[in-house]
Design a protein around this ligand. Sequence first.
Ligand code: ARG
Length: 322
Amino acid sequence: MKKTLSVFLAAALAFGMMACSNANTTTPATEAPATEAASAEEVTTEEVTAEAADAETEKAAEVGEGGSEDNEVGEEVSAESSDDAVVITGAGVKTAGTLVMSTNAEFPPYEYHDSATDTGIGDFAGIDVEIAKAIAEKMGCELKIEDIAFDSIVPQVNSGMADMGMAGMTVTEDRKKNVDFSDTYAISRQVIVVKEDSEFVGVEDLAGKRIGVQQGTTGDILASGDKNISEGVERYNKAMEAIQSLSQGMVDAVIVDIEPAKVFVSEVTGLKILDQEYTLEEYAICVKKGNTELLDNINAALAVLKADGTLDAIVDKYINAK
Ligand code: ARG
């Protein structure tokens, strides 16, 4: 912790002075970036359903394998109309040529360790890892991943120690006070995981029960903010630890994001996910507040990756194909 201040000062000095050396001229094909991400609190079922429907329609477009071939410096990408050509550069990162991403790689299928999946970034695998790598490529940067506790990501980004946070992170009003969020790249929801023989139907059954969550996640925030269940909340460093506790009968339910829940339930026998619709959420990338240079580059890269099918191809690789 003593190093934090000096690192922060160094970061502050370096901040804004550096940029990646090369620029890629690209034109986001047809679509504008996704609708401004609403906060978790603001998201209504209707809004999200409508957006999800849009996403589905977009998805009908051809998805080509590995649609995101590296574009060389200055190369035009999907130049259907050159009217609103957007230049994506490496500007806004702390160290020229490197995009540093903070994450918590305990969250399959978004980020986890798996040496069997070759992403070219150490043993990191997952949807976020591959999207981040594609964004970095568009920016002419190399991706570097820092694997830290989930609740340290916002502080680290906020202090400038990492360029961005990407961790299946839900956009919330509270987090927006400390960091800025990119356009939404995924829609998710919280679910309740219980033992297979549990009679629980939904959140109304959790009163007075022991509930496992990953510390600092929206599952934690939700449970802690519900006075009927807050007393029974048990916080773990990793969602998988909460799941193991559930399996061993140390907690009665776990609140966690839907896709990780599916992975955990497939790996640990004797568990199930309740059908009840809990909350709908949107995932986005966070950057240091006010770093619009980086945010614009991330959003422009995301728009291109959405339009050319790369994003869908990555999601299909980890979710839909299974
Ligand atoms: N979506 C939830 C949140 O933003 C959980 C994210 C946990 N991510 C992780 N990489 N552990 O709070």
